[in-house]
Design a binder for this molecule. Structure first.
Ligand SMILES: [Fe+2]
Length: 256
């Protein structure tokens, strides 16, 4: 089973406040979707939030058009720049576990993705509250012999990135860690939000953070202020999840 992980497309129509977002963000998102679609043998794409920049309906119209070219199943969860109602309309056939929040399960053969909704309206940081953690706990008690991946926008642990480590997952992270550590097999967390790729160990769990097509922060491990953006080569990760329990992660550098 092959899974591509992308994040933080920050689709904008240009009429909002672009901030750090590159002027070619939509074109880069479109090129990324094309690359993912043309890469042979992918079974799933996981998009870990911040699909658009200003949570406006017209941005979701553009996002729908960008994602229309995707030819593999897709799991999408919200980030702090998203709007749940608009995101629901984007994926009308998706069954969610809650009438408001967008957490849900995607499962196929020996892989399950527990997609979480860490959006906390009005905040940059994210929260997982008791009802969603209860749902996660219930899912984890169900018999399953395979890979467990948890997808959420906000990193559950710091990335040694100074001020950027503040508004990550600010509530529910310890409960998440303990729930995942209680499992026989180590889980993998897929996240975004920091606009910087990194890998971390969180309890027994491997955390893999995707960067953004819209902008990437420079690597500054001592930054007291937000670091500048850096025009570094973009990459996304392809996770190869074997039925024998193997897990290989490759980096793909598309020409955006
Ligand atoms: Fe973002």
């Amino acid at each position: 089973m092959r899974l591509a992980h992308i994040s933080d497309l920050h689709i904008t129509t240009g009429s909002g406040a672009p901030g750090l977002v590159r002027s070619d963000a939509v074109a880069r998102a479109r090129a990324l979707v094309k690359d993912v679609s043309e890469f042979p043998g992918l079974d799933l794409v996981v998009i870990t939030g911040d699909t658009v920049n200003d949570a406006r309906a017209e941005e979701y119209d553009v996002l729908a058009e960008v994602l229309a070219g995707l030819n593999v199943p897709c799991v999408i969860i919200p980030g702090n720049h998203d709007n749940r109602v608009h995101l629901r309309r984007l994926v009308p056939h998706q069954a969610y576990a809650d009438p408001e929040l967008l957490h849900h399960l995607w499962q196929c053969d020996h892989v399950r993705v527990l997609a979480l909704d860490s959006l906390s309206p009005g905040e940059v940081g994210g929260r997982l509250l008791a009802p969603q953690l209860d749902w996660l706990a219930d899912q984890l008690t169900r018999p399953f012999d395979g890979h467990t991946l948890v997808a959420l926008h906000h990193p559950p642990c710091a990335a040694a990135m100074g001020t950027l480590d503040g508004p990550i997952l600010i509530e529910g992270h310890l409960a998440l860690r303990d729930l995942l550590d209680s499992q026989d097999r180590p889980a993998t967390v897929l996240c975004g939000h920091l606009h910087r790729p990194f890998t971390a160990r969180f309890g027994h769990t491997l955390v893999s953070a995707a960067t953004s097509t819209a902008f990437q922060f420079a690597l500054d491990l001592q930054a007291e202020d937000e670091p500048p953006t850096a025009p570094e080569p973009f990459h996304y990760n392809i996770h190869i999840l074997g039925a024998d329990g193997s897990h290989v992660i490759h980096q793909r550098f598309p020409d955006l």
